[in-house]
Design a protein around this ligand. Structure first.
Ligand SMILES: Nc1nc2c(c(=O)[nH]1)N[C@H]1C(S)=C(S)[C@@H](COP(=O)(O)O)O[C@H]1N2
Ligand SMILES: [Mo]
Length: 358
């Protein structure tokens, strides 16, 4: 049987490789840092990084507002300041492990990072602009333009009004204490803690309150879960739980398999969920046959990942290490992912191959 359109059973293609080279992942050893150094945070850029002159740049607030606003970066910096540690993950993380493989950015498990974003909360700005009662969504438009699904567009995504007015929405102009770098959305991006990456619009140029659900590509076509190309699909929203292990020992250069020596080995990792705090992490050292509880550390912030550790007395031989997170909403990572056409939200448990040397 042929794989569905837009997927393949072939080896990685040159188009996928080109995307993978542009959009880098978190090197897994960087899970050791509670706050990800900016250069190690994953990146996802649909089109090109746009050229934005921060001096001339303005943020326009328009649409169903009593008082539309036009603000400079200094106007935004003078407003209330908040810093939030936020674990950000691409909705396509895990895509390359699906079969057939959806053709897009071929992430394995590493499209994640946890940064400290500084900016001004969105809700007071919308209040100042006089958001009208008839607004149902708020659209965030970036300065980057490209063609996707045959449609020329600026990258833009909407949020329901309740999310835009909630405590998780921040207009960020700094990350880890420094002005945003070009690749992360300079001079201003949306951060919407708990949501998959696609909602955190970078290079923000306007915010529009709309009275009908937004029908732009990234909401209506792009970021949806489909089984079949003909169906309406289900929107991708918040981050499903995931746990990753800081790879122990040393790697093989080419396969990335790990080598450690027999004896006590402290396994450590990080776990997160956008639905509710992580409440449990389990570890398996036999490829998922048996599970044991890991010890949980303090979260790196209310909207940030949480460290965990597990004391393993490693016996010589070949092992497959797994970990799985459960959140307070009862979501648990599956051992095997449910397939979807565009390869979103695949949070199946990681399998890390380790050779323990005597
Ligand atoms: N304007 C704009 N915003 C964007 C994107 C984009 O291509 N253009 N990519 C989105 C996606 S899919 C992800 S996963 C995150 C990645 O954010 P990061 O590169 O800062 O990690 O940005 C989101 N915001
Ligand atoms: Mo993404």
């Amino acid at each position: 049987m042929d794989p569905p359109a837009g997927t393949t059973l072939d080896d990685i293609t040159l188009d996928e490789l080109r995307l993978a080279a542009r959009n880098h992942a978190l090197p897994l050893e960087a899970l050791r840092y509670p706050v990800t150094p900016v250069g190690l945070h994953y990146l996802l850029i649909h089109y090109d990084i746009p050229a934005v002159d921060p001096g001339a740049w303005r943020l326009e607030l328009r649409g169903s507002l009593e008082r539309p606003l036009s603000l400079s970066l200094d106007d935004l910096r003078e407003r209330e300041t908040v810093t939030m540690a936020v674990t950000l993950e691409c909705a396509g993380n895990g895509r390359a492990r699906l079969e057939p493989r959806p053709l897009s950015q071929p992430w394995l498990t590493e499209a994640v990072g946890n940064a400290e974003w500084t900016g001004t909360p969105l809700a007071p700005l919308l209040a100042e602009a006089g958001l009208r009662d008839d607004a149902v969504e708020v659209v965030f438009t970036g300065a980057d333009r490209g063609i996707e699904g045959g449609i020329e567009q600026l990258y833009e995504r909407s949020l329901p009004v309740a999310e835009a007015l909630g405590p998780d929405a921040l207009l960020a102009y700094a990350v880890n204490g420094r002005p945003l770098p070009p690749q992360h959305g300079a001079p201003l991006r949306l951060v919407i803690a708990g949501w998959y990456g696609m909602a955190h619009v970078k290079w923000l140029s306007s915010i529009t309150a709309v009275t009908e659900p937004f029908a732009g590509y990234q909401n209506k076509v792009g970021y949806r879960l489909y089984q079949d190309a003909d169906e309406e699909g289900v929107p991708v929203t918040r981050i499903m739980p995931r746990s990753l292990t800081i790879p122990p020992g040393i790697p093989d250069f080419f396969t990335r398999e790990r080598f450690i020596d027999a004896g006590p080995c402290l396994l450590e990792g990080r776990a997160w969920s956008g639905w509710a705090p992580v409440e449990r992490v389990e570890v398996s050292v036999d490829g998922g046959a048996t599970w044991d509880y890991a010890e949980l550390g303090e979260p790196a912030g209310e909207r940030a990942w949480r460290g965990w550790s597990y004391a393993w007395d490693a016996p010589a031989g070949e092992h497959v290490l797994c970990s799985r997170a459960t959140d307070g909403a009862g979501n648990v990572q599956p051992v095997e992912a449910a397939w979807n056409l565009k390869g979103f939200a695949n949070n199946e448990v990681e399998r890390l191959r380790v050779t323990v040397r005597p």
